[in-house]
Each structure stands twice: as C-alpha cells, then as structure tokens.
Design a protein around this ligand. Structure first.
Ligand SMILES: *[C@@H]1O[C@H](CO)[C@@H](O)[C@H](O)[C@H]1NC(C)=O
Ligand SMILES: *[C@@H]1O[C@H](CO)[C@@H](O)[C@H](O)[C@H]1NC(C)=O
Ligand SMILES: *[C@@H]1O[C@H](CO)[C@@H](O)[C@H](O)[C@H]1NC(C)=O
Ligand SMILES: *[C@@H]1O[C@H](CO)[C@@H](O)[C@H](O)[C@H]1NC(C)=O
Length: 300
C-alpha cells in the first residue's frame, strides 16, 4: 500500500500546485477580513459536489464571507473507487486548502464523504481542521444493501460478504467499509480500509489517533429513520454484535480502548453526538433546517 500511496502523492503534486494557485488567487482577490473559517465539504457516494450546494450556499448566506470549497473529485461512479485512493487525493486538497488558511478550516462530510473525511484527518495528522462534522456517515461500517440495489439488484446482506471480502471486492469503496457482523474473521482478513483506520489492523499507530484528538470539535449526526446507514447508529460509531444487537459507541472497544481518540475527545467535551428523527438518508443534505440547527452552530 505504501508504494501506491507514494506514487499517488507524486502524481498528485503537479495537480495540487495548480489547485493551490487557484485557491491563493481566489483568497487574494477577496482579501476581506473573514470572521468565519473556510469550510471544506465532501459529497456522498454516487453523487457529486452539486448535491452539496444547498449546504454550501446556506453557509455562505448565513455566515457571509465564508469561503466554501465543495470537493468535486470522485463524483458519480468514480465515488465507488477504493477509499484509500480517495483519501489520498481529497486529503491533499484538504491540506492545500488548509495551507492557505493558517487560522484553520472546518470540514463537513456527508454519508461516505464523512467516512472519507474522518480517514483524511487520521491519515494527514498535520491537517489544521478545527471542527469536523460527520453527516450521516457509516463511521463504524455498513451492513445494509438498500442503496447497493441500484447497481447490484440481487445482492443480499447475507451473501454480500462473498463479493466484498475478496481481492476484487476490496477495489470498491463500499467493500472497504462493508462490516458483516457474522463474518468478522473474513472482515479482518480482507478489509483493507475500515479495520486499519479504526486501528484494529495488524499494526496500530498512534498517528491515527493524533489526527482526531487535535480537533477542536467532532460532531456526529445521524438518525433512526435514515434507512440507508445500517445500523443507523454507525453514524455515531455504534455497531452490531454477532447477534445483530446494536452496541453503542461507549461500550465498544474503539471507544473504551481509545483506539482513535474518541474517548479523549469525549472526556474533554469535544465530541458531540446528535440524533435527528424522521430524516431519510437522501434528505440530510437537502434540508435547510438541518444546516441551520446542526451545522452552522459548529462552524466558527
Ligand atoms: C436477479 O433476480 C431475478 C429474480 O429472482 C432474476 O430473474 C435475475 O436473473 C437475477 N439477476 C442476476 C444478475 O442475477
Ligand atoms: C493480518 O495478519 C493475518 C495473519 O498474519 C493475515 O492473514 C491478514 O491478511 C493480515 N491482515 C491485514 C489487513 O494485513
Ligand atoms: C447471542 O445470543 C445468544 C442467545 O441469546 C447468546 O447465548 C450469545 O451470548 C449472544 N452473543 C452475543 C455476542 O451477544
Ligand atoms: C427538515 O428537518 C427537520 C428537523 O431538523 C424536520 O422537522 C423537517 O420535517 C425536515 N423538513 C423536510 C422538508 O424534510
């Protein structure tokens, strides 16, 4: 993986130079005194930056002068590319944007984008993100096929592991965070992403903790009527045990052993879990009152 990562970084360096220049030009042209930090927004699976325009526009309307960068990369089908690839590339964007705003930036990710964002913070612990908001994201994994039926009409939860826990299956983003409670051995054997960012891989690293514990605030939003994130508590780092009973974050090793810094954040009052009822998955990013009530208060 390291080789791939390195070659990707080299490849990205050229692109990022152009990108950074764009950002620099942009911020010089609007050289006003901004009272709000710049915000980076990452879209969900099978959509693109346009799906996040309501959120971006509302932030700019309510917090005038905020510079919002709505990540266009990995839109549509390409959002199914492996998670690490997306983490590397979008992560370089987050770092480049952060370099232009030394006072720090804020980060919002919706659905798969929230899991990408979380992994970016861990993979690039030198980031300067202050507040991170995860909007209905499968932070503890996914065991539900509702949105998968679009492209795998006959896929069932019970058999999906046969597809995802294979070398080929790991070439999809969804395979990377597919977490089958009945096939945990295979999950740990094959999954190349989620066990690693959860510091449950073969080698754990303090670095993956640093990136989250340095946050000013981490906000996790989800709700019982989500319908896609399964179990919905995955948006709060809760997950199924072997009997499909949901174990809340506080009772899971990832929290209790403070594997990625959740406990540290919590004990220092920097972790906020928000539950909102009656919001289907495809509505979170289309509802103005969600932005007003649960995003804006954390964007300083
Ligand atoms: C999916 O299931 C339907 C009905 O059971 C069947 O007709 C169809 O051939 C299946 N498609 C695939 C790709 O297996
Ligand atoms: C972890 O180690 C086991 C046993 O050595 C191996 O089978 C498995 O593939 C490794 N997993 C990862 C993600 O490297
Ligand atoms: C699952 O349920 C069975 C029967 O109720 C129980 O014996 C077992 O301990 C449970 N396993 C877990 C992991 O909770
Ligand atoms: C928007 O979200 C609020 C909860 O914050 C909910 O009460 C309301 O019904 C939602 N509106 C729509 C149009 O879904």
């Amino acid at each position: 993986m390291v080789d791939t990562v390195d070659s990707l970084r080299v490849a990205m360096a050229t692109l990022n130079y152009t990108f950074l220049n764009f950002i620099l030009l942009f911020s010089t042209a609007f050289n006003t005194v901004n009272s709000y930090r710049a915000v980076v927004v990452i879209h969900g699976v099978l959509t693109g930056s346009s799906s996040m325009e309501l959120i971006s526009n509302r932030i700019q309307e309510m917090h005038p002068g905020t510079e919002v960068y709505n990540i266009p990369r990995y839109a549509g089908w390409s959002s199914l590319e492996p998670m690490w690839r997306q983490v590397e590339e979008i992560g370089m964007d987050v770092i480049s944007i952060g370099a232009v705003f030394p006072e720090g930036i804020n980060l919002i990710g919706y659905s798969q984008g929230g899991l990408l964002a979380r992994a970016i913070l861990q993979r690039f612990p030198n980031h300067n993100v202050k507040n991170f908001i995860s909007l209905s994201s499968p932070q503890a994994g996914q065991y539900g096929t509702r949105f998968l039926h679009l492209f795998f009409p006959n896929l069932t939860c019970e058999t999906a592991y046969e597809l995802f826990y294979s070398k080929i299956g790991q070439h999809t983003s969804v395979g990377n965070y597919w977490n089958d409670p009945h096939h945990q051995k295979l999950y740990y054997k094959y999954s190349r992403f989620l066990p690693l960012v959860n510091n449950k891989g073969n080698s754990t690293t303090e670095v993956f903790k640093e990136g989250l514990t340095k946050l000013k605030k981490m906000v996790l939003i989800g709700g019982p009527e989500d319908g896609v994130i399964t179990p919905w508590q995955s948006s709060h780092f809760g997950y199924y045990d072997a009997n499909e009973t949901v174990i809340n974050m506080h009772d899971r090793p990832i929290y209790m052993d403070d594997l990625i810094g959740l406990k540290t954040l919590d004990k220092t009052g920097r972790l906020t879990l928000i539950t909102v009822s009656n919001i289907p998955h495809i509505e979170w990013h289309k509802n103005i009152s969600i932005v007003d009530d649960f995003l804006l208060p954390y964007l300083d």
